[in-house]
Write a protein that binds this ligand. Structure first.
Ligand code: ATP
Length: 642
C-alpha cells in the first residue's frame, strides 16, 4: 500500500461522511503519533484508540522477525493466540474482515506487522481498508519521527562528548577520555585508540587496562586493527568470526574478545594514522548502526587528536622523513635524455598513473621509481618494493596479494600482501617481465578494479596503490611469445620511461664518476682525487655493460685503492678488453689506405657516441676541435664547404 499524502486525504475525505467514527479514529491516532516515545508505546496507544473507536473486544500487534517467526508486540484486552500459518495467510491479504479482522502493515525495509482486531464483525471491508490506510500512514510517520529524535539525541550526546575531548590537552588523558565515553555510548566493554607508528611498523594502543604503562604495542600487519590500518576500511567481527581476532593481544590484556568493531582514524589529507576499536558489545553483537556511529565519532576523534600537539609532531615528523628521503635521491646527469627524463618525472609524480620504467641493468630504474614516489603527494605513505624475479610463482602471489590463515600448508596466520602494505602509497614491481601468467592475471584485476582478494580469502579488499613496474626485458617481445599478457602490458605502459644505457649518456659518465669518487673519498676520509684526461678518455670509451652500478663500483674501488691525488687511466680498475672495438681494417689494403680507413671509422664511432657533437668527440679523442675538423675534411667525411 503506497499512497501519497494527497491520495490518502482525498480517499479519507470521501469515506468520512459514511463512517463518522473514522474522524475520531484519525484524531486519536494522530495524538499517539505525536506523543509516543517508542514503538511499544505507539502500539499500545493505537491499540487503545482502535478498541475505543471500532468497538472491538481486543487488539493485538504482531511483528515478524528476520527468520520469519512472529512475536506479539502488544495486546489490549484478552487477545487470543494466533498461529504462524494464520499470520502467514493474513500477510498475503490486503485486509481480512470477519469477527477476527486483520490488517497487515508492510513498510519497505521494516519488519512486517499485523494488527488483529477481535470482535470486529461489525466492521465492513471498506471501513477496514480506510483504517488500514490511516495505520500505514501513522506508523510510517511515527517511525520517521522516531529516527529523527534518536538521531538528534545521538548527535547531542556526541557533541557533548566531543566538547569534553576538546578541553583535554594531554594525549594520554585524551585517549582515556575517548575510550571511556565511547564504551558508554556504544554499550561496549572496552575501547582502545591505536596510533600508527608507520616507520616502526607498530600500532600503539591506549588505554590498555592490565598492561604495564597502559600501553599496548602490536605489529601493524596483524589482527583486525592491522587490517583496518592497512586497508583504511572499518571491520566488524562477531562471535562467529572470532578467529580473525589477534589472540596475542587478548593474552596480553588477559581478556576474551567476543565481538569487535574497529574503524580507521584519518588525518586531514585522508591518510590513516590510527584506529578506534570497541570490544565486546554488552548484549549481542555490534550493529551496522554502531559501525556508522563509530565512523562518525572517529572523524571527530581524529580531528581532536590531529590538533593535539603530540600527534601533530608525529605526523610532521613523518612528512619530514619523507622530505629528507626525497632530498637524498639523486638522479645525476645533464645529458639531453636525462634532462628529458627529469622533466617527465616532475610531470608524472603528482599523478596516480601507472609507470613502466625500462632500461638495462643498473641504469637507475629503482632510483627513478623512488624519485616518482618521493616527489609526489604519496611521499608520506609507504613505498614497497618487490623483486618479481626473486620469488617463485606460488610465493609471489601470496607475497603480493596476501593470504588467509590455512590458505596453503604453512599459512599459520592471515597476512596482508605487499599491495595492502603499500596502501595509500606506491608499489614498485621490479623485474615485472619475470612475473608468472597467473600472477599477471591477478595483478591486472587489481589494477583495473582497485580491489584484491587474499589467497584463500573470500572478501574483496579495496586498495589505493600506485604501481611502478620496471624491467630490462623486451616486453613487446614477451607479449608476442605469449609470456606476458598484452592487456597488462597496455595497463602498465600508460606512461613509460626509457633509461638510456650509460654508454649513450656522453659526458654524464664523467659527472657521475666525479660525484661517486667524491662520495667514496668522503667515506674513506680522504680528499677526492682528480681524474687525469687520459683517465677521463678511458672512462668515456669503456662499454659499461653494468652501467651506473658498474661505474659506481669502479669509483668506489678507485677511491679506496688509489692513494694518489691524480687518477690516471692505468689506475682505473677496468677490464681493458672490454672497450668498444672499432672495425678491423682489411689486411689487403696498403698502409696509407688502411690508416685512412681506420681513422674514418674511429672518428665516426666517436661522433656517433657524442651524438654528433664535434667538440665532445674531439675531446674524447684527445684532439682539438679544429684539428678534428681538418682531419674529417681530409678523410672526405665532410663536404668541402663545411
Ligand atoms: N642517475 C643516477 N644518479 C646517481 N646514481 C645513480 C643513477 N642511476 C643509478 N644510480 C645508482 O646506480 C646503482 C644502480 O641503480 P638502480 O638499482 O636504480 O638500477 P636498476 O636499473 O634498478 O638496476 P637493476 O635492473 O639491476 O635492478 C644504484 O646504486 C643507484 O644509486
Amino acid at each position: 500500500m503506497n499512497h501519497s499524502h494527497h491520495d490518502l486525504l482525498a480517499s479519507l475525505r470521501e469515506k468520512l461522511p459514511s463512517h463518522p467514527a473514522l474522524g475520531t479514529l484519525i484524531v486519536g491516532i494522530w495524538s499517539v503519533v505525536e506523543s509516543a516515545q517508542d514503538l511499544t508505546e505507539f502500539c499500545q496507544g493505537i491499540g487503545q484508540v482502535l478498541q475505543a473507536t471500532t468497538v472491538c473486544s481486543a487488539v493485538q500487534f504482531q511483528q515478524q522477525g528476520p527468520s520469519g517467526d512472529w512475536k506479539r508486540l502488544v495486546a489490549i484486552g484478552s487477545a487470543q493466540k494466533v498461529t504462524t500459518s494464520q499470520l502467514g495467510d493474513w500477510l498475503q491479504a490486503d485486509v481480512t474482515p470477519g469477527t477476527t479482522a486483520a490488517i497487515p502493515i508492510i513498510l519497505l525495509g521494516e519488519p512486517n506487522r499485523i494488527v488483529i482486531l477481535e470482535g470486529a464483525a461489525a466492521l465492513t471491508s471498506e471501513q477496514l481498508q480506510a483504517t488500514s490506510q490511516v495505520l500505514h500512514f501513522a506508523l510510517q510517520r511515527f517511525l520517521e519521527n522516531l529516527t529523527q529524535t534518536q538521531r538528534a539525541t545521538h548527535l547531542k550526546a556526541m557533541l557533548s562528548m566531543v566538547q569534553r575531548w576538546h578541553q583535554t590537552d594531554d594525549l594520554p588523558s585524551l585517549l582515556n577520555e575517548m575510550a571511556e565515553c565511547s564504551t558508554q555510548f556504544f554499550a561496549a566493554e572496552r575501547a582502545s585508540i591505536f596510533l600508527w607508528d608507520k616507520p616502526k611498523h607498530i600500532l600503539v594502543g591506549r588505554p590498555a587496562l592490565g598492561v604495564e604503562d597502559g600501553k599496548l604495542v602490536v605489529p601493524d600487519d596483524k589482527g583486525v586493527v592491522g587490517a583496518v590500518v592497512q586497508t583504511g576500511q572499518p571491520r566488524r567481527v562477531d562471535d562467529m568470526l572470532g578467529h580473525e581476532v589477534n589472540r596475542d593481544i587478548d593474552k596480553q590484556l588477559e581478556f576474551h574478545t567476543r565481538s569487535l568493531l574497529c574503524v580507521p582514524l584519518l588525518d586531514r589529507k585522508g591518510r590513516v594514522f590510527g584506529a578506534f576499536e570497541l570490544i565486546n558489545k554488552r548484549s549481542g553483537n555490534f550493529t551496522t548502526q554502531d559501525e556508522q556511529g563509530l565512523v562518525e565519532i572517529a572523524v571527530h576523534a581524529a580531528a581532536v587528536l590531529e590538533s593535539s600537539q603530540q600527534i601533530a609532531e608525529l605526523l610532521e615528523s613523518r612528512d619530514r622523513i619523507a622530505a629528507a628521503q626525497a632530498a637524498e635521491i639523486q638522479l645525476i646527469g645533464e645529458s639531453p635524455p636525462m634532462l628529458e627524463l627529469r622533466k617527465n618525472i616532475d610531470r608524472i609524480s603528482a599523478t596516480k598513473l601507472p609507470v613502466l620504467v625500462l632500461g638495462e641493468n643498473g641504469t637507475g630504474k629503482e632510483v627513478v621509481s623512488r624519485m616518482i614516489h618521493y616527489h609526489g603527494n604519496r611521499r608520506g605513505q609507504p613505498l614497497v618494493s618487490v623483486n618479481c624475479a626473486a620469488l617463485p610463482d606460488t610465493l609471489l602471489e601470496s607475497e603480493l596479494f596476501g593470504h588467509e590463515k590455512g590458505a596453503f600448508t604453512g599459512a599459520h596466520e592471515s597476512r596482508p600482501g605487499k599491495f595492502e602494505l603499500a596502501s595509500g602509497g606506491t608499489l614498485f614491481l621490479d623485474e615485472i617481465g619475470d612475473m608468472s601468467l597467473p600472477g599477471q592475471a591477478k595483478l591486472l584485476r587489481v589494477l583495473e578494479n582497485q580491489v584484491l582478494t587474499r589467497l584463500g580469502g573470500q572478501v574483496d579488499i579495496e586498495v589505493d596503490v600506485r604501481v611502478i613496474a620496471a624491467t630490462n626485458q623486451d616486453l613487446p617481445k614477451l607479449v608476442k611469445e605469449n609470456l606476458f599478457r598484452q592487456d597488462l602490458f597496455y595497463r602498465l605502459d600508460v606512461v613509460s620511461l626509457h633509461l638510456p644505457p650509460l654508454r649513450d649518456r656522453g659526458n654524464d659518465i664523467l659527472i657521475l664518476a666525479e660525484r661517486f669518487l667524491a662520495e667514496f673519498a668522503r667515506k674513506a676520509r680522504r680528499d677526492p682525487p682528480m681524474l687525469s684526461s687520459d683517465a677521463k678518455n678511458r672512462l668515456l670509451s669503456h662499454m659499461w655493460p653494468g652501467n651506473i652500478r658498474e661505474l659506481r663500483n669502479t669509483m668506489e674501488r678507485t677511491a679506496f685503492l688509489c692513494d694518489r691525488e691524480i687518477v690516471t687511466a692505468e689506475m682505473l680498475p677496468l677490464d681493458t678488453n672490454n672497450g668498444p672495438q672499432v672495425q678491423q681494417v682489411p689486411a689487403q689494403l696498403d698502409l696509407s689506405e688502411a690508416t685512412d680507413r681506420f681513422q674514418a671509422d674511429f672518428i665516426s664511432y666517436h661522433l656517433e657516441r657524442s651524438g654528433g657533437n664535434m667538440s665532445q668527440a674531439a675531446k674524447n679523442m684527445g684532439l682539438h676541435r679544429s684539428n678534428l675538423h681538418r682531419k674529417m675534411k681530409q678523410l672526405g667525411l665532410l663536404d668541402e664547404r663545411d
